[in-house]
Ligand binder design. Sequence first.
Ligand SMILES: [Zn+2]
Length: 174
Amino acid sequence: MTHSFIKVAAVTDHDTTRGCNSTRQLASAYPEILIIPGAEISTPQGDVVLLGAQEMPPQPWTVENVIDFARERDYVSIVAHPYREYGMGDVARNYKVDAIEVLNGGSSPSANKSARELARLMGLPGVGGSDAHQPAELCNVYTDIQASMDIDEILKAIRKGLVSVPPMGKSIHF
Ligand SMILES: [Zn+2]
């Protein structure tokens, strides 16, 4: 069995960046771990994850506003769990997001399969997200990213598609 080690985690609470900011303060004691700030924003069309953001976009949180906010600041916008509750579904095709969450730790295999197909149709990179709400759920899903340990480099690599998502349930650790 091969063991991979997770060195980077994105903290994306619902509709707030407070959690990621306090996590980053706590994580500063562990220089080998990098915390990517962000949030998962509830839009009327479905959830959008922003990576890189330390502050929330201005209201109203329409998909357009959230995506524009991300693009202007070089953050990454991701359609979260598109084929689950609060997911955008096929509507995502109308928006110029940066990536699709193709493997979500809380979605069914068929919902994840549809998400992968959506990414393929849109020609967008696919990323994995644990959707962890408890510590035990943290490492079930992850994304391999070809980048150095630098937030801007990681965000750039995601936009360029230098990412892959291993199947769920591989043995991984912090
Ligand atoms: Zn969500």
